[in-house]
Write a protein that binds this ligand. Sequence first.
Ligand SMILES: *[C@@H]1O[C@H](CO)[C@@H](O)[C@H](O)[C@H]1NC(C)=O
Ligand SMILES: *[C@@H]1O[C@H](CO)[C@@H](O)[C@H](O)[C@H]1NC(C)=O
Ligand SMILES: *[C@@H]1O[C@H](CO)[C@@H](O)[C@H](O)[C@H]1NC(C)=O
Ligand SMILES: *[C@@H]1O[C@H](CO)[C@@H](O)[C@H](O)[C@H]1NC(C)=O
Ligand SMILES: *[C@@H]1O[C@H](CO)[C@@H](O)[C@H](O)[C@H]1NC(C)=O
Ligand SMILES: *[C@@H]1O[C@H](CO)[C@@H](O)[C@H](O)[C@H]1NC(C)=O
Ligand SMILES: *[C@@H]1O[C@H](CO)[C@@H](O)[C@H](O)[C@H]1NC(C)=O
Ligand SMILES: *[C@@H]1O[C@H](CO)[C@@H](O)[C@H](O)[C@H]1NC(C)=O
Ligand SMILES: *[C@@H]1O[C@H](CO)[C@@H](O)[C@H](O)[C@H]1NC(C)=O
Ligand SMILES: *[C@@H]1O[C@H](CO)[C@@H](O)[C@H](O)[C@H]1NC(C)=O
Length: 880
Amino acid sequence: MRIASSIATLAAARLVASQALNDSSSSDALWGATSPPYYPSPWVDETTEGWETAIRKAKEFVGQLTLLEKVNLTTGVGWEGGPCVGNVGEIPRLAFPALCLQDSPTGIRFADYNSAFTSGGTAAASWDRKVWYQRGYGMGEEAKGKGIDVLLGPVVGPLGRSPAGGRNWEGFSPDPYLSGIAVAESVKGIQDAGVIACTKHYILNEQEHFRQGPESVGFGFNITDSISSNVDDRTLHELYLWPFADAVRAGTGSIMCSYNRINNTYGCENSQLLNGILKGELGFQGFVVSDWGAQHSGVFSAFAGLDMTMPGDTTFSTGNAFWGPNLTLALTNGTIPEWRIDDMATRIMAAYYLVGRDKNYVETNFNSWTTDTYGYANAIGDKNYGLVNKHVDVRGEHGKQIRDAGARSNVLLKNNGVLPLTGKEKWTAVFGSDAGDPMYGPNGCSDRGCTNGTLAVGWGSGTSNFPYLVSPLTAIQNEVLSNGGIIQYVTDDYAYDQIAALASQASHSLVFVNSDSGEGYISFDGNIGDRNNLTVWHDGETLIQNVTAVCNNVIVVIHSVGPVELDAFVDNENVTAIIWAGLPGQESGNSLADVLYGRVTPGGKLPFTFGKSREDYGTDLLYVPNNGEESPQDDFNEGPFIDYRSFDKNGIEPIYEFGFGLSYTNFSYSNLKITKHPNVPAYTPNNATNGFAPSLNSTPFSEDLADYQFPDDIERVPLFIYPYLNSTSANVSYGDSQASEAYAAADKSTYIPEGSQDGTAEWKSRHPAGGAPGGNPRLYDVLFTVTATVTNTGGVVGDEVAQLYVALGGPDDPLYQLRGFDRLYDIQPGQSVTFGADLTRRDLSSWNTNAGDWEITEYEKKVYVGKSSRKFELDGTLDL
Ligand SMILES: *[C@@H]1O[C@H](CO)[C@@H](O)[C@H](O)[C@H]1NC(C)=O
Ligand SMILES: *[C@@H]1O[C@H](CO)[C@@H](O)[C@H](O)[C@H]1NC(C)=O
Ligand SMILES: *[C@@H]1O[C@H](CO)[C@@H](O)[C@H](O)[C@H]1NC(C)=O
Ligand SMILES: *[C@@H]1O[C@H](CO)[C@@H](O)[C@H](O)[C@H]1NC(C)=O
Ligand SMILES: *[C@@H]1O[C@H](CO)[C@@H](O)[C@H](O)[C@H]1NC(C)=O
Ligand SMILES: *[C@@H]1O[C@H](CO)[C@@H](O)[C@H](O)[C@H]1NC(C)=O
Ligand SMILES: *[C@@H]1O[C@H](CO)[C@@H](O)[C@H](O)[C@H]1NC(C)=O
Ligand SMILES: *[C@@H]1O[C@H](CO)[C@@H](O)[C@H](O)[C@H]1NC(C)=O
Ligand SMILES: *[C@@H]1O[C@H](CO)[C@@H](O)[C@H](O)[C@H]1NC(C)=O
Ligand SMILES: *[C@@H]1O[C@H](CO)[C@@H](O)[C@H](O)[C@H]1NC(C)=O
């Protein structure tokens, strides 16, 4: 109960607020919701466009494997069992090395000589497909160079339902369309570099509190099971699933299922979501891997569609596994049909071939558990000492790209003309700990689990080690000194006397403030992953006030994981400019200086809304369990109305709306044209059928447990997960005495769901919205192209992100939804360029729950083109 009391008091107040919100929005229809069963688990489909060769090669490979070898491919060897955060067993007979899975969505975690990339939520602000692709490609190249097979990113879950969600910054944006394009470009980038992308966390993993039962107990909450995110089908499809569909369509080789429950079934054993929606409706051909410790059953999760378990042990470092020997048993005793493990292995190998891992192989040359050159290859059992870190420098030219991505992602929120600076300012003063170097270096806290000095990434497994971190103070000082100017600073946030003294001398003050969050296994300053508040940290408001009181030219720079409350200073006449710089990564200061000093004209736009207060968002997190010791119930009663959709619906004025961002120049819009595409085929619900589960003609496996015993010559690593049995008795092999009793008493009906063993069932025709990766291919037909002219009416060259929104017109539809954008580069003063966006059938459709399909409703559909979600310059009506 160490933190509980203060948190609980704080949280109680919030609970009242969030309950009030929930009560006003609708009934308790979602409380205790359940997921319908969906069996059997869909098997790969060799006719899937883009996957044909990969699946064919995978089947050939898997066809040669023995049962034990297949088990090895699907089961992690245990936490710290190998060099990576996740490792499966190898197949020595075929010289097939153990696959390596490694964090993170911002680079490589637990390594050296790697880059620390711009975070997803910050890169999203560039609204720049090239930035996203290059960022993915760069991360993929680094992963390849270190010998990683699967890079654990990108992230679109959390999507960002509530702004205080701890891991929102790892993902892109609470807007599904923006996130969808960002994730697709990221997947393509990573996989074009020859590494498998793992899009995560599937799905509704929208907060850190209660994501895992035992973790919550560690924080003093007495609950046994994870939180359940309860959501209706329409909201799932139109909001949270949308970007996952884009990731599948882009070919993501793997998907990670999440810690939380959805409708009260765990993410990694939810047959409706894994079998029905991901593999069925979305036609996903790759493999589903569990989040680390998110598997809660053996046989049941196998039937529900899980294909690989990580890190392999039931709980970290126990040596017990739901799969491994248990999977061997479940096959030999006839519970799991062979086609299901063949499908698991085929999916893993299909992803492998899809991205060309067979041609791109590099031996894993780093070790997550030590920075030393020599150490144990199997840290879990202190075994196999030798060379473990070759310290391969994989950074290439990525530093330049990161600097560029950071600069393009800066969002200029306010500017009364003070920016850009010239570098020849009379007296530049810099304030705030966020401007300076972290006291213990950029990697001073494990997994960046603290905030000290400038904030360039959040905390948790979504981080990578910094090779260096250019602070804003360093970059600004370099700039000023190269111009022969004066620069002084106070980086103690609370040294008010010194702050006032310096600020009153300065001609230009730059004040840096921040707000941090991260993953839920780390609590920092009482924030259990999620933020407790949306205010800036370290009394940043007082700091700003102290500077503005005596200096009339104050530029505020915000490094934050998401929106912060700005009310205290946004309208202060002495605040002459505000920049949201997000979490820029290793080149932080340089990226910022490029914008401050005008080498890059700011063109970023907000990927979320800055509201006046947290209440204005209409959604909030659950900070106290609300269901006794049972799974907390998180009802997504707001439906699709999050972020700007909520502000629009409730008529709430934000401070800076979604899509907003200023430039050093101005743009005008004219000449809207809507072109209807002729001869587009009508929408036809998918009715394709598939055949029986394929038989790979592998050698039939034995049912004699004597054939699965540990080989005599193996040198066993303690706590390591092998596929072998340690006894010819099934009970003994299964595990401890308690478990053996359960094994003996196992009632088939409870863990073998109806239909789960059936390899003859047609599943493809069950999904009208299915038929290809990403869903029914007719959904992606282009129905309209909208164009407009964008003219630079200002005095300097600049980029404009033109945006297209649609109003679908129905009573349950959001007022406006983003459905097109383009970052138009380097528009010269006076120059006009054409903005164009295609509208697909999916873009104009709503999810019809009864039909289980998309439909274009009868309501009038309008389009709006403009500078942000609230600054529409042109509009028109679609002739459907
Ligand atoms: C969750 O439950 C809601 C309410 O019953 C239902 O509309 C929805 O389809 C369910 N979704 C899943 C994935 O189980
Ligand atoms: C399974 O993987 C382990 C660890 O990599 C290896 O020692 C063992 O030989 C493998 N077993 C088979 C049957 O390939
Ligand atoms: C948790 O709840 C159970 C059941 O009410 C109770 O027995 C146990 O003492 C509680 N544990 C803590 C740490 O409060
Ligand atoms: C088999 O799975 C059960 C849980 O279902 C677990 O308790 C047991 O330890 C596992 N056996 C092995 C050998 O890992
Ligand atoms: C078969 O093996 C699995 C995995 O150990 C076990 O869960 C199940 O109870 C066994 N079933 C039978 C009928 O022996
Ligand atoms: C950073 O760490 C130093 C040394 O412990 C401490 O004095 C300082 O207050 C910290 N800064 C912040 C912003 O937490
Ligand atoms: C908000 O959270 C930060 C970080 O824990 C804390 O320093 C600050 O005091 C909090 N602000 C308010 C107003 O409670
Ligand atoms: C600076 O902050 C301190 C601490 O809150 C406050 O007492 C003081 O009045 C502030 N000074 C100004 C000029 O706002
Ligand atoms: C703005 O700064 C000037 C000093 O240049 C000061 O006199 C004035 O009170 C400040 N205004 C505010 C609102 O703090
Ligand atoms: C599937 O739908 C198409 C187009 O609607 C139709 O032509 C075809 O007959 C249908 N096939 C089956 C097996 O129902």
